[in-house]
Every structure is written in C-alpha cells, then in structure tokens.
Design a binder for this molecule. Structure first.
Ligand code: ZN
Length: 137
C-alpha cells in the first residue's frame, strides 16, 4: 500500500457532517473522471475510493452506481452513474451549470464545508508523496 493510498483510506474514515455532505460529494464528482449529463464517473486505482464514491452518491441521491474493474498491470476501478435519469437528478439537485464560476460556492454553507469539498476533490484526483522519503541522486 502506498503512502497516498494510506492517506486516502484515512480520509475516507472521516464522516462528513450533514452540512458538509453536499460539498464533499460535489468535490468528489467535480474532480472525478467525468461530471456532465453524458457521464458521471470516477476512475481510480484505489478500491476503497471507488466504493466511497459509489456509496455516497447512492446514499445521497438514491442513484445507481456501478463499479467495474479493469487494468492489466494494476487494477483500475471505474465507478459510474449509468442511468441518464439519475445523472439528471444529481445535476438538478446541485444546480449544476447555474454558477458562473467553475466551483459553485453556494454549497459551502459553513466554514467546515470548504475543507470537505477539498477532501472530496483530493480523493477523486489528488496525489501526495511521503515526506519522509528523500530523493536519491
Ligand atoms: Zn459543513
């Protein structure tokens, strides 16, 4: 297990409070592989991250999320909202496309919500190196 995977697995164990849930999942979806009416999906090498993405979308939006496994050298997990009706429902619930900025800040109702958004974004696409590891020349 890599340092980055360890960090992500620890971050998954922090449950978002009720006010933070929309921001957390918004960060997760916005920085996933695709986030549009055509496709809402995440691709990751971390199985727990794929399950967290699928679970929180299922729980929050009552949408079906399928996880498929691919990859030849290392496993790659793809979580995807297959139904267009579900994608429409999700995008409507967060008013996607109405905001004039890339990130719709109207979801951040309290100070705690922005860090939750960043946590979701990091789980979706972030990377971090072990600060204890030194470069060898
Ligand atoms: Zn909050």
């Amino acid at each position: 297990m890599s340092f980055c995977s360890d960090v992500k697995n620890e971050l998954i164990n922090i449950r978002p409070s009720a006010c933070c849930k929309p921001s957390y999942i918004y960060g997760f979806m916005l920085f996933g592989r695709s986030f549009s009416i055509k496709r809402i999906s995440l691709q990751t090498g971390n199985e727990k991250v794929a399950k967290e993405y699928a679970d929180i979308i299922k729980y929050t939006y009552k949408a079906q999320v399928d996880i498929t496994v691919g990859g030849t050298v290392r496993p790659t997990y793809k979580a995807e909202v297959k139904s267009e009706a579900d994608r429409l429902k999700i995008l409507a619930m967060i008013d996607f496309g109405i905001s004039e900025t890339v990130i719709d800040r109207s979801l951040f109702v309290r100070e705690c919500c922005l860090p939750s958004f960043i946590r979701g974004a990091f789980l979706a696409c972030g990377n971090i190196n072990d600060p204890e590891k030194e470069y060898l020349s």
